[in-house]
Design a protein around this ligand. Sequence first.
Ligand code: 1GP
Length: 250
Amino acid sequence: MVGRVEKYLLEKIKSENSIHITLIDPEKVTASQASAVAAKAKLGGTSAIMIGGSTFTSTKHLDTVVKAVKRTAKLPVILFPNNVTGISRYADAIWFMSLLNSVDPYFLVGAQILGAPMVKKYRLEPIPMGYIIVGDGGTAGVVGKAVPIPYNKPELAAAHALAGQYLGMRFIYLEAGSGARKPVPSGMIRAVKSYIDVPLIVGGGIKTRKQALTAAAAGADIIVTGNIVENAEVKDKVSEIIKGIKSGRL
Ligand code: 1GP
């Protein structure tokens, strides 16, 4: 069943071609810093806030961050969990995701089985998503025991993505890893996009207008940035990325 947040994302993509989501790592911020980042990112034109990271944060701190962001930003807050500890009852939705190229069944379906009853209890909107780690893979690749797909193997990324779609996932995420030296190359984005019909999310290492433009022009429907909002000038940085996205897809 498609819920409110998913509908909102689909409509935004339909009307704007490509959209931007801001990722906040709860591990790296206080609640007040998170709400300031979210408010500025909203002014810069971001469409939603994702909250999550690759390592553990206390559930209490996660709750405080989610509540603070919700209060100030008035944007959909979507959890981006690395484990069952990434679930907060105060969010609107959760990427209900499987790490498709993990060798550990825990990250394919184990954590999801443990987390599903909590998602139901908290009435979070689950959005099924296939997560694919590519390139260096970064911390997410190590923690998730992924076999990252090399950048020169776009056809492998496309096969993973299509399998995700056929399994019923309604979004596919190509992840280069937070802070990746090289973002997902346009050839890989193009190859995946040509295979799937569901929206494609791209993130990891996108820091400039040009990189955002390249990803959007290659077919990314949603561009996620995290690192760039960890410094000052959040609003300017987000609007720079969004300018890139718009010029890439219009
Ligand atoms: C990481 O794709 C996201 O999960 C965002 O990456 O922090 O490099 O923007 P950055």
